[in-house]
Design a binder for this molecule. Sequence first.
Ligand SMILES: C[S@@+](CC[C@H](N)C(=O)[O-])C[C@H]1O[C@@H](n2cnc3c(N)ncnc32)[C@H](O)[C@@H]1O
Length: 341
Amino acid sequence: MLGVRTTLNHAQRLKMYIVSKNAAVHGAKPKKLGNYIFFPVKARLPVPEEFNAQFGDYSFEPDGENPKSVFDALSGKVPQESLELVKRSFDIIGDIAVLEIPPGAEKFSKEIGKAVLEVHHNLKVALAKSSPMEGEYRVRKFTHLFGENRTDTLYVENGARMKVDLAKMYFSPRLATERMRIARMVKPGEDYLVLFAGCGPFAIVAGRMCKSARITGVELNPDACEYFERNIKLNKLANVRCMHADVRKLGPEHKGKYDRIAMPLPKDAELFLSEAISFAKKGAVIHLYSFAEIESGYDKPLAAIASECAEAGRKFEVLNKRVVRPFSAHVQQVVIDFSVF
Ligand SMILES: C[S@@+](CC[C@H](N)C(=O)[O-])C[C@H]1O[C@@H](n2cnc3c(N)ncnc32)[C@H](O)[C@@H]1O
């Protein structure tokens, strides 16, 4: 491992210099040999001559202390240029870390997963995203990097406990704020329909907040429905039910029945607006999630709402529109809350 050597009389000042340059390696112990001290370092620094320092490939013992960051844990094991590529943030879902391994750092992906688990002791599994969200069920593929070899976990959000299997259903912790925002709007006695419900996060969070609301989640993916049922039981919710069905095929008993409808698809959600509008009571609120080009703002979803309401002969009023989260360089996820009459 790369290290720097100096004589004992310079030890303290050289150590402070290395720390000040953020070049210290955690996880390896400095060592003393005769009149010399050796420090493990991340890179060859321009060290002032007075320190009489000499860089070299030296051996160091592990210091037995836990590294303080993923970068510390990786330094000395992964070349600096690959380290620069590693994203500093990752999603945590229950006890699973979901990482994006950037191109160029793939060959160190196991090492990166290991480092994440070394630093975050509450995490037991490190996975890497290995595909985009795919197919009608919007499920992603993962590669196991380190830790226990599983994709299911228990996730807790605002007190709601939810079992999730990332390899079998869609799940994103990034929508927690949005789920809480909608849950706070749900009024006692409301009939609330969650379309594209997944394993139930929108329905479960709202069901816990408003026990007198009747909440129905509709989901096509049978695995997601199985987990949705489990999550209803886990949270002891008598006011939430899961329907394994295609939104396009709901029967006439759902027409004009709901006070509130959430549409968290969000890819191509506009294609389901006519169904959602048909399920809405007079004065109902619909929450439409959509992917929109940043440049065109809310134009696409607003135009779809106007056209579908006109088609259905319903008036509408936009109550609120907001950006939920950035999605890519040019696209963001937005939500529009509107009433239909
Ligand atoms: C992006 S995921 C969102 C899941 C959930 N709302 C969440 O936030 O975790 C979209 C979900 O819609 C479901 N879905 C897609 N088309 C559907 C349809 N026609 N009817 C019912 N569910 C559908 C998918 O299986 C998937 O679980």
